[in-house]
Design a protein around this ligand. Structure first.
Ligand code: ZN
Length: 340
Protein backbone atom coordinates (compact mmCIF):
# COMPACT_ATOMS: atom_id res chain seq x y z
CA UNK A 1 0.00 0.00 0.00
CA UNK A 2 0.97 3.65 -0.31
CA UNK A 3 1.75 5.58 2.87
CA UNK A 4 3.38 8.77 4.16
CA UNK A 5 6.87 8.43 5.66
CA UNK A 6 8.97 11.13 7.31
CA UNK A 7 12.66 10.53 6.57
CA UNK A 8 14.17 13.62 8.19
CA UNK A 9 12.90 17.07 9.20
CA UNK A 10 11.14 18.55 6.16
CA UNK A 11 11.53 15.33 4.15
CA UNK A 12 8.06 13.83 3.67
CA UNK A 13 7.70 11.06 1.08
CA UNK A 14 4.79 8.94 -0.08
CA UNK A 15 6.08 5.45 -0.70
CA UNK A 16 5.27 1.77 -0.77
CA UNK A 17 4.66 0.38 2.76
CA UNK A 18 3.93 -3.16 3.81
CA UNK A 19 0.19 -3.96 3.92
CA UNK A 20 -1.08 -4.22 7.49
CA UNK A 21 -2.22 -7.62 8.72
CA UNK A 22 -4.12 -8.91 11.76
CA UNK A 23 -1.55 -9.47 14.52
CA UNK A 24 -3.76 -9.88 17.60
CA UNK A 25 -7.25 -11.48 17.52
CA UNK A 26 -8.60 -8.13 18.80
CA UNK A 27 -7.30 -6.20 15.74
CA UNK A 28 -9.18 -4.83 12.76
CA UNK A 29 -7.84 -3.70 9.41
CA UNK A 30 -9.50 -0.64 7.90
CA UNK A 31 -9.40 0.87 4.45
CA UNK A 32 -8.68 4.54 5.21
CA UNK A 33 -11.31 6.77 3.54
CA UNK A 34 -9.67 9.99 4.74
CA UNK A 35 -6.74 11.00 6.91
CA UNK A 36 -5.15 14.34 7.72
CA UNK A 37 -2.07 16.20 8.87
CA UNK A 38 -2.05 17.17 12.55
CA UNK A 39 -0.48 20.22 14.15
CA UNK A 40 1.42 17.71 16.31
CA UNK A 41 2.92 16.08 13.16
CA UNK A 42 4.70 19.40 12.61
CA UNK A 43 6.81 18.99 15.76
CA UNK A 44 8.85 16.22 14.11
CA UNK A 45 8.49 17.72 10.60
CA UNK A 46 10.16 20.87 11.94
CA UNK A 47 12.83 18.88 13.75
CA UNK A 48 11.71 20.07 17.20
CA UNK A 49 11.07 16.40 18.01
CA UNK A 50 13.89 14.08 16.97
CA UNK A 51 13.37 11.84 13.92
CA UNK A 52 15.24 8.54 14.28
CA UNK A 53 15.02 7.18 10.75
CA UNK A 54 12.06 6.69 8.38
CA UNK A 55 8.82 7.07 10.36
CA UNK A 56 5.29 6.28 9.07
CA UNK A 57 3.07 9.26 9.81
CA UNK A 58 -0.53 9.93 10.81
CA UNK A 59 -2.88 9.14 13.67
CA UNK A 60 -6.23 10.53 12.47
CA UNK A 61 -8.50 8.36 10.34
CA UNK A 62 -11.93 7.28 9.29
CA UNK A 63 -12.55 4.29 7.10
CA UNK A 64 -14.28 1.07 6.25
CA UNK A 65 -13.54 -2.20 8.07
CA UNK A 66 -11.92 -4.72 5.71
CA UNK A 67 -10.99 -7.52 8.07
CA UNK A 68 -11.44 -8.37 11.75
CA UNK A 69 -9.62 -10.63 14.18
CA UNK A 70 -11.31 -13.72 15.68
CA UNK A 71 -12.20 -11.97 18.96
CA UNK A 72 -13.72 -8.79 17.53
CA UNK A 73 -17.47 -8.65 18.30
CA UNK A 74 -18.77 -5.09 18.08
CA UNK A 75 -17.40 -4.15 14.65
CA UNK A 76 -18.04 -5.98 11.40
CA UNK A 77 -16.56 -5.98 7.92
CA UNK A 78 -18.09 -3.16 5.84
CA UNK A 79 -18.79 -0.85 8.81
CA UNK A 80 -17.82 2.79 8.41
CA UNK A 81 -15.84 3.52 11.56
CA UNK A 82 -14.29 6.38 13.50
CA UNK A 83 -11.54 5.98 16.08
CA UNK A 84 -9.21 8.24 17.99
CA UNK A 85 -5.43 8.59 18.07
CA UNK A 86 -5.17 6.05 20.89
CA UNK A 87 -6.33 2.47 20.55
CA UNK A 88 -7.94 1.58 23.89
CA UNK A 89 -9.75 -1.39 25.40
CA UNK A 90 -12.57 0.81 26.78
CA UNK A 91 -13.04 -1.71 29.60
CA UNK A 92 -10.26 -1.07 32.16
CA UNK A 93 -10.91 1.08 35.20
CA UNK A 94 -9.25 4.15 33.67
CA UNK A 95 -11.32 3.80 30.46
CA UNK A 96 -14.55 3.34 32.39
CA UNK A 97 -13.77 6.54 34.30
CA UNK A 98 -13.67 8.34 30.94
CA UNK A 99 -9.90 8.63 30.50
CA UNK A 100 -9.45 6.24 27.58
CA UNK A 101 -6.33 7.99 26.29
CA UNK A 102 -4.60 6.77 29.48
CA UNK A 103 -5.95 3.21 29.12
CA UNK A 104 -3.69 0.64 30.76
CA UNK A 105 -3.46 -1.13 27.36
CA UNK A 106 -3.38 1.94 25.11
CA UNK A 107 -1.52 1.86 21.80
CA UNK A 108 -0.67 5.08 19.96
CA UNK A 109 -2.23 5.02 16.50
CA UNK A 110 0.71 7.15 15.35
CA UNK A 111 2.72 3.91 15.49
CA UNK A 112 0.45 2.52 12.73
CA UNK A 113 0.82 5.60 10.52
CA UNK A 114 -2.73 6.25 9.31
CA UNK A 115 -1.70 8.58 6.48
CA UNK A 116 -1.90 5.50 4.29
CA UNK A 117 -4.33 3.41 2.28
CA UNK A 118 -4.89 0.94 5.12
CA UNK A 119 -4.28 0.73 8.84
CA UNK A 120 -4.26 -1.87 11.59
CA UNK A 121 -6.41 -0.84 14.56
CA UNK A 122 -5.56 -2.70 17.79
CA UNK A 123 -8.31 -3.31 20.40
CA UNK A 124 -10.90 -2.71 17.68
CA UNK A 125 -13.94 -3.32 19.89
CA UNK A 126 -12.88 -0.66 22.36
CA UNK A 127 -11.38 1.76 19.86
CA UNK A 128 -13.75 1.98 16.92
CA UNK A 129 -17.29 3.28 16.77
CA UNK A 130 -19.41 2.51 13.70
CA UNK A 131 -21.65 5.18 12.18
CA UNK A 132 -25.39 4.32 12.03
CA UNK A 133 -25.39 4.76 8.24
CA UNK A 134 -23.09 5.51 5.32
CA UNK A 135 -21.88 9.11 5.80
CA UNK A 136 -22.09 11.73 3.02
CA UNK A 137 -18.80 13.29 1.82
CA UNK A 138 -19.44 16.32 4.07
CA UNK A 139 -20.10 14.04 7.04
CA UNK A 140 -16.87 12.13 6.29
CA UNK A 141 -14.96 15.40 6.79
CA UNK A 142 -16.76 16.05 10.05
CA UNK A 143 -16.14 12.52 11.31
CA UNK A 144 -12.46 12.81 10.46
CA UNK A 145 -12.33 15.97 12.60
CA UNK A 146 -13.88 13.99 15.47
CA UNK A 147 -10.96 11.54 15.31
CA UNK A 148 -8.66 14.12 16.89
CA UNK A 149 -9.19 17.88 16.57
CA UNK A 150 -12.88 18.05 17.50
CA UNK A 151 -12.53 15.36 20.17
CA UNK A 152 -9.57 17.27 21.62
CA UNK A 153 -11.24 20.69 21.44
CA UNK A 154 -14.33 19.17 23.03
CA UNK A 155 -12.35 17.65 25.90
CA UNK A 156 -10.60 21.00 26.43
CA UNK A 157 -13.98 22.75 26.70
CA UNK A 158 -15.28 20.08 29.11
CA UNK A 159 -12.05 20.22 31.17
CA UNK A 160 -12.35 24.02 31.29
CA UNK A 161 -15.96 23.56 32.47
CA UNK A 162 -17.41 25.64 29.64
CA UNK A 163 -21.17 25.95 30.04
CA UNK A 164 -24.15 28.25 30.49
CA UNK A 165 -23.32 31.62 32.00
CA UNK A 166 -19.59 31.13 31.44
CA UNK A 167 -17.11 33.26 29.54
CA UNK A 168 -14.68 31.04 27.67
CA UNK A 169 -11.36 32.25 26.24
CA UNK A 170 -9.54 30.14 23.65
CA UNK A 171 -5.75 30.38 23.33
CA UNK A 172 -4.66 28.96 19.96
CA UNK A 173 -6.35 29.37 16.57
CA UNK A 174 -5.35 26.05 15.02
CA UNK A 175 -7.99 23.42 14.26
CA UNK A 176 -8.19 22.32 17.92
CA UNK A 177 -8.66 25.86 19.23
CA UNK A 178 -11.26 26.61 16.55
CA UNK A 179 -13.21 23.46 17.37
CA UNK A 180 -12.86 24.35 21.07
CA UNK A 181 -14.92 27.41 20.11
CA UNK A 182 -17.53 25.11 18.52
CA UNK A 183 -17.52 22.88 21.62
CA UNK A 184 -17.91 25.82 24.00
CA UNK A 185 -20.90 27.02 21.99
CA UNK A 186 -22.48 23.54 21.99
CA UNK A 187 -21.95 23.33 25.75
CA UNK A 188 -23.90 26.57 26.14
CA UNK A 189 -21.19 29.12 26.96
CA UNK A 190 -22.48 32.68 27.08
CA UNK A 191 -19.43 34.42 25.68
CA UNK A 192 -16.58 32.92 23.67
CA UNK A 193 -13.40 34.92 23.12
CA UNK A 194 -11.13 33.56 20.39
CA UNK A 195 -7.51 34.73 20.47
CA UNK A 196 -6.23 34.97 16.89
CA UNK A 197 -4.20 37.29 14.72
CA UNK A 198 -5.03 35.63 11.40
CA UNK A 199 -7.92 36.98 9.35
CA UNK A 200 -8.87 33.61 7.82
CA UNK A 201 -8.95 31.88 11.21
CA UNK A 202 -10.85 34.78 12.82
CA UNK A 203 -13.48 34.28 10.12
CA UNK A 204 -13.74 30.57 10.95
CA UNK A 205 -13.94 31.39 14.68
CA UNK A 206 -16.86 33.79 14.12
CA UNK A 207 -18.64 31.10 12.10
CA UNK A 208 -18.10 28.49 14.81
CA UNK A 209 -19.55 30.63 17.59
CA UNK A 210 -16.99 33.18 18.81
CA UNK A 211 -18.56 36.33 20.23
CA UNK A 212 -15.30 38.31 20.56
CA UNK A 213 -11.87 38.19 18.94
CA UNK A 214 -8.67 39.25 20.72
CA UNK A 215 -5.67 39.79 18.45
CA UNK A 216 -3.14 40.60 21.19
CA UNK A 217 -0.89 37.89 22.65
CA UNK A 218 1.09 37.39 25.85
CA UNK A 219 0.60 40.01 28.59
CA UNK A 220 -1.29 42.28 26.19
CA UNK A 221 -3.66 39.44 25.36
CA UNK A 222 -4.20 38.76 29.07
CA UNK A 223 -4.90 42.47 29.68
CA UNK A 224 -7.47 42.42 26.89
CA UNK A 225 -9.24 39.36 28.37
CA UNK A 226 -9.30 41.09 31.76
CA UNK A 227 -10.71 44.22 30.15
CA UNK A 228 -13.52 42.18 28.54
CA UNK A 229 -14.40 40.42 31.82
CA UNK A 230 -14.67 43.28 34.30
CA UNK A 231 -11.05 42.88 35.37
CA UNK A 232 -11.61 39.29 36.58
CA UNK A 233 -10.48 37.00 33.76
CA UNK A 234 -12.45 34.28 31.99
CA UNK A 235 -14.25 31.48 33.85
CA UNK A 236 -12.93 28.89 31.41
CA UNK A 237 -9.80 28.97 29.26
CA UNK A 238 -8.90 26.49 26.54
CA UNK A 239 -5.15 26.15 25.90
CA UNK A 240 -4.56 24.56 22.49
CA UNK A 241 -0.93 25.28 21.62
CA UNK A 242 1.48 23.75 24.16
CA UNK A 243 4.15 26.41 24.49
CA UNK A 244 5.36 28.38 27.50
CA UNK A 245 3.76 31.52 26.13
CA UNK A 246 0.36 29.93 25.48
CA UNK A 247 0.21 28.13 28.82
CA UNK A 248 1.19 31.28 30.72
CA UNK A 249 -1.34 33.27 28.73
CA UNK A 250 -4.05 30.70 29.54
CA UNK A 251 -3.36 30.63 33.29
CA UNK A 252 -3.12 34.42 33.53
CA UNK A 253 -6.38 34.83 31.57
CA UNK A 254 -8.34 32.67 34.04
CA UNK A 255 -10.11 34.18 37.05
CA UNK A 256 -9.50 32.74 40.53
CA UNK A 257 -11.62 29.60 40.87
CA UNK A 258 -11.80 29.27 37.09
CA UNK A 259 -10.67 26.34 34.96
CA UNK A 260 -7.95 25.86 32.35
CA UNK A 261 -8.44 22.96 29.92
CA UNK A 262 -5.03 22.36 28.37
CA UNK A 263 -4.66 20.12 25.35
CA UNK A 264 -1.73 21.55 23.38
CA UNK A 265 1.04 18.93 23.48
CA UNK A 266 3.40 20.47 26.04
CA UNK A 267 6.85 21.41 24.74
CA UNK A 268 9.32 22.82 27.27
CA UNK A 269 6.64 24.34 29.46
CA UNK A 270 7.74 25.13 33.02
CA UNK A 271 5.24 26.42 35.58
CA UNK A 272 6.17 28.68 38.46
CA UNK A 273 4.85 26.97 41.59
CA UNK A 274 4.20 30.09 43.66
CA UNK A 275 2.51 31.84 40.73
CA UNK A 276 0.31 28.78 40.20
CA UNK A 277 -0.48 28.65 43.92
CA UNK A 278 -1.53 32.28 44.00
CA UNK A 279 -3.59 32.03 40.79
CA UNK A 280 -6.13 29.72 42.48
CA UNK A 281 -7.13 28.19 39.13
CA UNK A 282 -8.00 24.59 38.25
CA UNK A 283 -5.71 22.96 35.68
CA UNK A 284 -7.00 19.90 33.85
CA UNK A 285 -5.88 18.53 30.53
CA UNK A 286 -3.62 16.06 28.79
CA UNK A 287 -4.09 13.77 25.82
CA UNK A 288 -7.81 14.02 25.13
CA UNK A 289 -9.89 10.90 25.85
CA UNK A 290 -11.62 11.32 22.48
CA UNK A 291 -13.20 7.87 22.80
CA UNK A 292 -15.38 9.16 25.66
CA UNK A 293 -17.05 11.64 23.30
CA UNK A 294 -17.17 9.61 20.05
CA UNK A 295 -20.80 8.35 20.25
CA UNK A 296 -22.14 11.81 21.13
CA UNK A 297 -20.05 13.63 18.50
CA UNK A 298 -20.88 11.10 15.76
CA UNK A 299 -24.59 11.69 16.52
CA UNK A 300 -24.20 15.48 16.32
CA UNK A 301 -22.53 15.16 12.91
CA UNK A 302 -24.82 12.50 11.44
CA UNK A 303 -27.88 14.54 12.50
CA UNK A 304 -26.43 17.68 10.89
CA UNK A 305 -26.26 19.59 14.17
CA UNK A 306 -22.57 20.51 13.80
CA UNK A 307 -20.14 20.67 10.89
CA UNK A 308 -16.57 20.59 12.24
CA UNK A 309 -15.34 19.61 8.75
CA UNK A 310 -15.07 23.34 7.96
CA UNK A 311 -11.58 23.37 9.52
CA UNK A 312 -10.23 21.39 6.54
CA UNK A 313 -9.29 24.18 4.18
CA UNK A 314 -7.05 22.13 1.89
CA UNK A 315 -7.80 18.68 0.48
CA UNK A 316 -5.08 16.77 -1.37
CA UNK A 317 -4.56 13.28 -2.73
CA UNK A 318 -2.36 11.20 -0.40
CA UNK A 319 0.37 11.28 -3.05
CA UNK A 320 0.73 15.05 -2.49
CA UNK A 321 1.17 14.77 1.29
CA UNK A 322 4.48 16.68 1.16
CA UNK A 323 2.62 19.73 -0.22
CA UNK A 324 0.12 19.38 2.61
CA UNK A 325 2.83 19.38 5.29
CA UNK A 326 4.44 22.41 3.68
CA UNK A 327 1.14 24.29 3.55
CA UNK A 328 0.49 23.67 7.25
CA UNK A 329 4.07 24.46 8.22
CA UNK A 330 3.84 27.79 6.40
CA UNK A 331 0.37 28.40 7.87
CA UNK A 332 -1.15 28.59 4.39
CA UNK A 333 -3.59 25.92 5.55
CA UNK A 334 -5.30 25.38 8.92
CA UNK A 335 -5.85 21.65 8.45
CA UNK A 336 -5.03 19.44 5.48
CA UNK A 337 -7.19 16.47 4.53
CA UNK A 338 -5.50 13.61 2.65
CA UNK A 339 -7.47 11.26 0.42
CA UNK A 340 -5.74 7.91 -0.18
ZN1 ZN B 1 -8.60 0.83 29.14
Amino acid sequence: MRGVVLHAPGDIRVEQREDPAIVEPTDAIIHVTASCVCGSDLWSYRGIEAVSGPTPMGHEYVGVVEEIGAEVENIKVGDFVVGSFYATDNTCEICRAGYQSSCVRSVLMGEMGTQAERARVPLADGTLVATPSEPTPAQVRGLLAVSDVLGTGWFAAVAAEAGPGKTVAVVGDGAVGLLGVLAAKQLGAERIIAMSRHADRQKLAWGLGATDIVTERGDEGVAKIKELTGGLGAHSVIEAVGTQESMTQAIHSTRPGGHVGYVGVSHDVALNGLELFLSAVHLHGGPAPVRRFLPQLIDLIMSGEIDPGVVFDLTLPLEQAADGYRAMDERRATKVLLVP
